[in-house]
Design a protein around this ligand. Sequence first.
Ligand SMILES: C[S@@+](CC[C@H](N)C(=O)[O-])C[C@H]1O[C@@H](n2cnc3c(N)ncnc32)[C@H](O)[C@@H]1O
Length: 265
Amino acid sequence: MYSSFTIARKYLHYYFTSLNSKGHGTHSPFVFDFITKVLNDKTVYPEYSAVESLRKRLLRDKTVINIEDFGAGSSVSKTNSRTIASVAKHAAKLPKPGQLLFRMVKKYQPKNILELGTSLGITTSYLSLAKPDATVTTIEGANAIAGVATKNFEDLGLKNIHLTEGNFDNSLPSVVSNLSSVDFVFIDGNHRQEPTERYFSEILPFLQNDSIVVFDDIRWSREMEAAWAHIKDHEKVRCTIDLFFLGIVLIKDEFREKQNFSVRF
Ligand SMILES: C[S@@+](CC[C@H](N)C(=O)[O-])C[C@H]1O[C@@H](n2cnc3c(N)ncnc32)[C@H](O)[C@@H]1O
């Protein structure tokens, strides 16, 4: 994992070299529309408050759970016992990226959504609420965390989520092959190079022309930056949008030439 100093230095570089938030400088209608109508949509959707109330409750929850460590990503605690509050503080996506994923699903209307790394279900809830008639399939390896997430989905009355418990390494191939299509993917777990690239190649055959894949933490470490660089270079990838922490991948054939954008978020 990079130090805060390295991340800050990289962020400054990104900030001064990325497209501004008005979309000036992009010739892609899709990307311009994404920047102006999705990225910069400042509407406070009513669904946000349901998820943020859940987050507040979890941040106060001192219940101790025993969790298995699934590789890179547990940057804060190496012990197996943590409070739910600590998991909520360190693993859950912040409101800004979670709400962007909500707006992306609302705008692009994917039928089947796949998330790798449920944790307590904060982002899963955003994905679910954005399109209640979509199917949200989410995979989590840590048994106790998956149990808390399941309870959270019940409390929010979310009926379109299927949580699979298991290691992505074993469960991803069968989970994707059981989906009729894979239209929107959020990869947010096991932040190492080889697994990240492998999960992408396992999902790739199931993607449609309009599918969207979002990677989290592309600047988390040297390994994640390397994975992101390889994914950008993949021959099937037609367009990428780098939002510094989040990386968006499109395979649409309307992008005849590969285009990589870096956009301020
Ligand atoms: C960063 S958290 C996910 C946060 C969640 N998407 C959110 O925004 O609230 C990553 C989760 O992935 C799980 N995970 C990491 N590697 C895994 C693996 N190989 N198989 C299954 N789960 C894994 C961890 O247990 C952890 O709960």
